[in-house]
Design a protein around this ligand. Structure first.
Ligand code: MG
Ligand code: MG
Length: 278
């Protein structure tokens, strides 16, 4: 494996990254509030974009070569990288995954994603889809809590995998993983969602990563659709994706894309996030 080039961030860099994180969070909140049966994923994309621009930032997804949207919207068996479309109308009971990011004028990135079950569907189907979302979100917070204390980074992946396995029989995507984030949306190091033989880089203050478990209700095998972007389960099973941008800094941990900095999500792990002063 090639040696990774990790760019550590200073505390003042992380304060600036918090702004990108909060703008990303605001865009995702606007999308979450608009999700309902009958809404197209292109409408959600427009909402995210207008929110980011109104806060003085830009979409970093639009900077990815060949990608022309502000969010990825992936429905049901689509796991990640789904392209918003006016033809894709949300149905009651769908499980949608929305991934979004913002880059601020100083050039710092946020990256975050959530899953949500669209209201009004068959109760049994909705309950099953809420379960996979809860399993995935739970593993994200377990992983973030592990990152607060980890000495080596792949401790995070080990904890994420255990959390998912404890929650039920779910598949974990192998080829799609988390990453470092900073002046680029995607930087080293790789952040695995499962145990690896390698312990990974030493965790030090200044490490800022996007942790993003992606799981399926069936086989972990995925395929890329004809649009050359959408990653979908091969067996058609449902999926979930959750993501936060998280910093380890001189005083502790801070979830940059969570409005509360991670207070609520980390409480059950006895971890208290530490905001930095600007
Ligand atoms: Mg993302
Ligand atoms: Mg990411």
């Amino acid at each position: 494996m090639a040696r990774e080039r990790i760019t550590l961030k200073s505390d003042s860099d992380i304060v600036l990254m918090r702004e990108a994180g909060l703008i990303t969070a605001a865009a995702l909140k606007a999308v979450r509030d608009a999700i309902a049966p009958g809404v197209s994923t292109l409408e959600l994309d427009a909402l995210a974009e207008s929110t980011i621009i109104s806060m003085g930032a830009r979409s970093n997804f639009k900077l990815v070569p060949g990608y022309n949207h502000t969010i990825c919207s992936s429905v049901n068996d689509e796991v990640v990288h789904g392209i918003p479309s006016k033809e894709r109308i949300l149905q009651a009971g769908d499980i949608i995954k929305v991934d979004c990011g913002a880059i601020t004028p100083p050039g710092w990135n946020g990256d975050s994603a959530f899953s949500m079950v669209v209201s009004g569907g068959d109760p049994e189907l909705m309950a099953r889809r809420q379960q996979i979302s809860d399993a995935c979100e739970g593993s994200l917070w377990a992983g973030i809590a592990a990152f607060a204390k980890a000495k080596r980074l792949n401790e995070v992946g080990r904890v994420i995998e255990k959390s998912i396995k404890d929650a039920g029989r779910y598949g974990i995507l192998q080829d799609y993983i988390g990453h470092g984030v900073g002046r680029s949306m995607h930087e080293d190091p790789a952040v695995f969602n499962y145990q690896t033989r390698d312990l990974g880089p030493v965790v030090v203050p200044g490490l800022v990563i996007a942790i993003e478990p992606m799981i399926t209700a069936g086989s972990q095998a995925v395929k890329i659709l004809d649009d050359e972007w959408t990653v979908s389960t091969k067996d058609g099973s449902d999926s979930s994706h959750w993501e936060h941008t998280v910093a380890r800094h001189s005083g502790g941990i801070w979830v940059l894309t969570a409005e509360d900095g991670g207070v609520a999500g980390l409480a059950k792990y006895g971890v208290t996030p530490v905001p930095l002063e600007s």
